[in-house]
Design a protein. Structure first.
Length: 197
């Protein structure tokens, strides 16, 4: 993806995470190691499990011509097909692409027919593929949603950073004020007993 504003959110989250780890662990090297491990795990997991669900997907279905379909093999007597067409969606983030029949059944579930017979001609296989009237359904995010994704992702990381900051403040506040009270008490003069003459 192009550079945008999301790295600012990553940086804020990484900083807050490091401060929190240092505050809780109180040892520099272990805190750095924990910060690096958690930040790396989040950066790897976010695009896989979170980003695809941030904004509802768009979907388009179009008919496939014979020239855009290739038989790559067979599995249990069924066709294995690939498409070599462009989706006509420049810059789009393609989530999934599936070749189906008009009934919405995956093309891979169709019998191989003449295409699976060694004695069948290429023309017979082509006629069979054409008779399936295959369609391609593409689930995608249009390029126009790039900045929407940037803002949503940045907001999530800033919210995590704020949550960690709140945890830090909650963690140190009782201890900080308790320390002030202790120092205040020690500064008071100690009363002395005076003996009467």
């Amino acid at each position: 993806m192009r550079s945008g504003i999301a790295p600012a959110g990553y940086a804020a989250f990484a900083f807050a995470l490091g401060v929190t780890a240092g505050l809780l662990i109180r040892r520099t090297l272990p805190a750095m190691a924990v910060t690096l491990a958690i930040f790396t795990a989040v950066i790897i997991a976010f695009p896989i499990w979170v980003r695809p669900h941030l904004i509802p997907h768009a979907r388009t279905t179009s008919a496939l011509s014979l020239a855009s379909v290739a038989v790559t093999g067979f599995a249990d007597g069924h066709l294995l097909l690939t498409t070599n067409t462009t989706t006509g969606l420049p810059g789009a983030w393609v989530i999934s692409s599936q070749v189906t029949t008009p009934a919405g059944i995956a093309a891979s579930s169709e019998p191989a027919g003449p295409c699976g017979s060694p004695s069948a001609s290429a023309q017979a296989c082509n006629y069979y593929i054409e008779s399936l009237h295959l369609r391609q359904t593409v689930t995608y995010e249009p390029a126009s949603r790039y900045w929407a994704f940037q803002w949503v992702e940045t907001g999530i990381y800033l919210a995590l950073a704020l949550a960690l900051t709140g945890l830090c403040l909650w963690w140190i506040r009782p201890r900080y004020f308790a320390g002030l009270n202790n120092r205040h008490r020690t500064r008071q003069p100690t009363p002395t007993l005076q003996s009467s003459p």
